[in-house]
Design a protein. Sequence first.
Length: 261
Amino acid sequence: MGGGGLVILKHKSWHVYNEKNREKVRKDEEKAKLEDDEKAARATKADQERRLGILRSKSKSHKNDDAERTPGNQPSASSNDPEFGGKEGVHVNLFGELESEASRVQRKDGRNEEHEAEKAAEKAKFEKQFTMHLGDESVTGPTPWYAKDEPYADRHVSKKPKMEQQSLARNDPLAVFKSKDDDCSKRSKTKKDDKKRDKKKNLSKSKSIEQLRAERLSREGKERSRELELMRPSAPITTATEREMPYNSGFNPEFQRKRKR
């Protein structure tokens, strides 16, 4: 039996096939079967009572019809007929045939042969779920992975070419040279990329330095021009006479309007 898989020790509590778990499953199945049997028995009893009520109503109707047809105090023929329930206290057994059949099936020790056979078949079916016997052809359904017949040689032959190809590829000098060449090309490419990255960084730094230099020069030029304006001789300050000064609009509004015109 080939193949690997998860192996759980039988003494572990979570092993599904140990005695405790199997007994628990068996008890649960028996409990469910008993509940189903009780439900079926209740349904059968209710059906029997319903049929018995129908038969009793029919027998009463027949009895009343016979009494109406019988003149005077003459006893009715149906009054003594057990089929119609004539005599009081006479038990009418509607299931006599079934009881006689059940009595024939029972053995001398009081046990039912059919019940024992059904119980043995159920037990064998339950045990077959957990065990597999050599040469047991009654197993139906898809074959599990651990029961598949896979030759040992075939499993390893299928993997052998792949392993040989891998070993040849590792020991091939051309492959080794190619891998070295690829490593060198990768290194050179990374170096070129690093150089480009450094160049871009330097350009960005130079641009920032040039910008700072231009700002500094413009600032110095502005300061220099301001100094020159301050050092330049100022123009003569002329003071306006009272005649040239405008009137206050609050005291002489008419003169202010004339001046604006």
